[in-house]
Design a binder for this molecule. Structure first.
Ligand code: ATR
Length: 267
């Protein structure tokens, strides 16, 4: 079968090597390539995919939202999030999914154990946060707190969460067992700004950033210096890919092989 990832820019994508390692481990004769499609050519996306004869593909920045009008069907969770990262091509019909949120949650639970009793704070209320929170809610008995700079971002959430502003959450920081940053603040290597006062974080807390390049963002570095447990987005990347593979093939991916291949590449 043939798969790919569509984005712009896409040269540095680790998806091809990660998926190829999985195909090899499972003895599959599949291919996976990166396709650079700039926004001005995106209206040709149906032709491009047809020419490439892909059976499924991933969609990344900047096309996760622009793909939606080209789909024949969309999963309820991708519809809810408003973004698609996986398309299954079935008899010329395109079905869109979003595996980012479930990828984060499965990776987190596999690495750090069940989250049923955790008091969780998610920072940010954009697409990434919405995907993670809407999946994480299924695995925890407690209401998740989501804090965002602007509270009008919650208008269309319709989830059982505690929504508040970043200002309102600051005095509560010490109460959380897990803090997940989905905003760019504290991820940017050029900025020393941190999104929350890290000296207020509980010493038992796990602090997560959802990117993995750099391996340790300024936020994670600062938290590590304070002796806190940190977790980056590498597992999220691997597990979202594994979920996509399972949607395309119905077969379970070899997550360990995928993870090791990506880690090797990043060394
Ligand atoms: P993504 O798909 O990565 O989630 P997004 O939908 O653009 O991207 O969302 C970005 C998130 O980062 C939002 O929650 C945004 O807050 P606002 O809704 O108030 O814009 C948050 N964000 C971006 N820059 C920020 C900053 N300087 N301070 C605080 N939050 C910020």
């Amino acid at each position: 079968m043939k798969f790919g990832v569509i984005g712009h820019p896409i040269d540095h994508s680790l998806s091809p090597i990660m998926h190829s390692a999985n195909f090899e481990a499972l003895g599959r004769d599949d291919q996976y390539h990166a396709l650079n499609v700039p926004p001005q050519h995106f209206q040709r996306i149906r032709e491009i995919i047809k020419e490439q004869e892909l059976n499924g593909f991933n969609i990344t920045i900047p096309h996760k939202e622009s793909i939606i009008p080209y789909l024949d069907e969309i999963s309820p969770s991708a519809q809810y999030i408003g973004a698609v990262n996986t398309v299954l091509v079935k008899d010329d019909k395109w079905i869109g999914y979003n595996t980012d949120g479930i990828g984060f949650v499965k990776g987190l639970i596999d690495k750090h154990g069940p989250i049923d009793e955790k008091n969780i704070l998610v920072l940010g209320a954009g697409g990434a946060s919405k995907g993670i929170v809407s999946e994480m809610i299924k695995f925890t008995n407690h209401k998740i707190t989501v804090a965002n700079r602007s509270v009008n971002r919650f208008d269309n959430w319709q989830l059982e969460i505690k929504a508040m502003s970043l200002t309102e959450v600051k005095p509560l920081i010490h109460t959380f067992d897990m803090i997940i940053n989905t905003t760019p603040v504290g991820m940017n290597e050029k900025s020393s700004e941190l999104i929350i006062p890290i000296e207020k974080i509980s010493e038992k807390a796990l602090v997560c950033d959802i990117i993995y390049i750099p391996n340790k963002t300024p936020l994670l570095q600062a938290c590590e210096r304070e002796g806190l447990l940190i977790y980056n987005g590498l597992d999220m990347f691997v597990y979202q890919g594994a979920e996509s593979f399972e949607i395309w093939t119905g077969q379970e991916a070899n997550i360990e092989v995928m993870k090791n291949r990506v880690k090797d590449e990043l060394k």
